[in-house]
Design a protein around this ligand. Structure first.
Ligand code: F6P
Length: 338
């Protein structure tokens, strides 16, 4: 049976507040704009004023803060990047920087914050919260998907689709020339992008930081593929793989297969751009809504996430201390299909 209350806004307000601020910080991720829109519209519908803090913690320190209206977030649901801009602030790591940020928030009468970003963003928010006590709810946004407390982060789905599209194209040319391609994807500390995009694009090997890379084994598998008359070979390497990135892997394989034509393709920042996928837009909308709801319910120093389809709130401390592990079943599957 369909629920008639589907479009009803929640009206129970446990905490009285009028003004909230929102900012995006760290590496941008497709879907951030859809999330900003959801936060702004949910807040306005619940009679809150919303302020955009530009350039993350940098803008907080400099007082780059402007009111947002429903119209400010029109026509952005489909756009990659972040209209609020982003930064990785060194100054916010200092007590002086945080004091300046607090003074600016005070002068604007800001009563609560919504922080969108990854691990570093929540570490900063956690320290700031313990020093100055402004209530804060976080929203996980990073293409790396490496955050504890949610099944998926905003931006991950778009990024892996971008990688798969790129690898499909690389495979066309790799096949024409019977070449071995080493494709490096993002993931400084985590192999989530490499693992899923590798499975989806039929990679012959996937190298991730979480597992020890055995080049002997990788080379044997590649050779087996050639023995079975497979034309091209594709290796996906996460940039943070402990053996090294694509260039190191290329050097190793060149010494093992001196007669083979090997090429490297480093996908880089194109993985962070582009229109967000449908999955990311809906995830962003749900998380933006959940963050405002969380603040109104009096939640503080937590990250809103979605696990098994349900909204959950995880304390910043827990979200930043724990590391999300790769699904061992997916690792086994990747090996099986290579
Ligand atoms: O946002 C996470 C991430 O994309 C990592 O995978 C990557 O190593 C890093 O950002 C790159 O950051 P920057 O844009 O600051 O060089």
């Amino acid at each position: 049976m369909k629920t008639k209350n589907f479009l009803r806004t929640f009206t129970v307000q446990f905490v009285t507040m009028k003004k909230i601020g929102i900012f995006t910080s760290g590496g941008d991720a497709p879907g951030m704009n859809a999330c900003i829109r959801a936060v702004v519209r949910t807040a306005l519908r619940n009679n809150l004023e919303v302020y955009g803090i530009y350039r993350g913690y940098e803008g907080m320190i400099e007082g780059d803060i402007v009111p947002l209206t429903s119209a400010s977030v029109s026509n952005i649901v489909q756009r990659g990047g972040t209209v609020l801009k982003s930064s990785r602030s060194k100054e916010f790591m200092t007590p002086d920087g945080r004091k300046q940020a607090y003074d600016h928030l005070q002068s604007h009468g800001m009563e609560a914050l919504i922080a969108m970003g990854g691990d570093g963003t929540f570490k900063g928010a956690s320290v700031f919260n313990s020093e100055y006590g402004i209530p804060c709810v976080g929203i996980p946004c990073t293409i790396d998907n490496d955050l504890y407390g949610t099944d998926f982060t905003i931006g991950y789905d778009t990024a892996i689709n971008t990688v798969v599209e790129a690898v499909d194209k690389i495979r066309d040319t790799a096949n024409s020339h019977n070449r071995l391609f080493i494709v490096e994807v993002m993931g400084r500390d985590a192999g989530f992008i490499a693992l899923r995009s590798g499975i989806a694009s039929g990679a012959d090997a996937i190298l991730v930081p979480e597992t020890e890379t055995d080049m002997e084994y990788v080379a044997r598998n590649i050779q087996k593929g050639w023995d079975k008359k497979r034309g091209a070979s594709i290796l996906i390497v996460a940039e943070g793989d402990e053996y090294g990135g694509a260039i190191i892997v290329e050097k190793d394989l060149k010494s093992r297969f001196p007669d083979k034509e090997i090429r490297v393709s480093i996908l880089g920042h194109l993985q962070r751009g582009g229109n967000p996928s449908c999955m990311d837009r809906v995830l962003a909308a749900r998380m933006g809504w959940a963050a405002v709801k969380g603040l109104m319910e009096g939640r503080n120093a937590v990250m809103a996430g979605i696990i098994n389809g349900e909204v959950v709130y995880t304390p910043f401390e827990k979200a930043t201390k724990h590391h999300l592990s790769l699904n061992p079943e997916l690792l086994e599957l990747a090996d099986m299909l290579s």
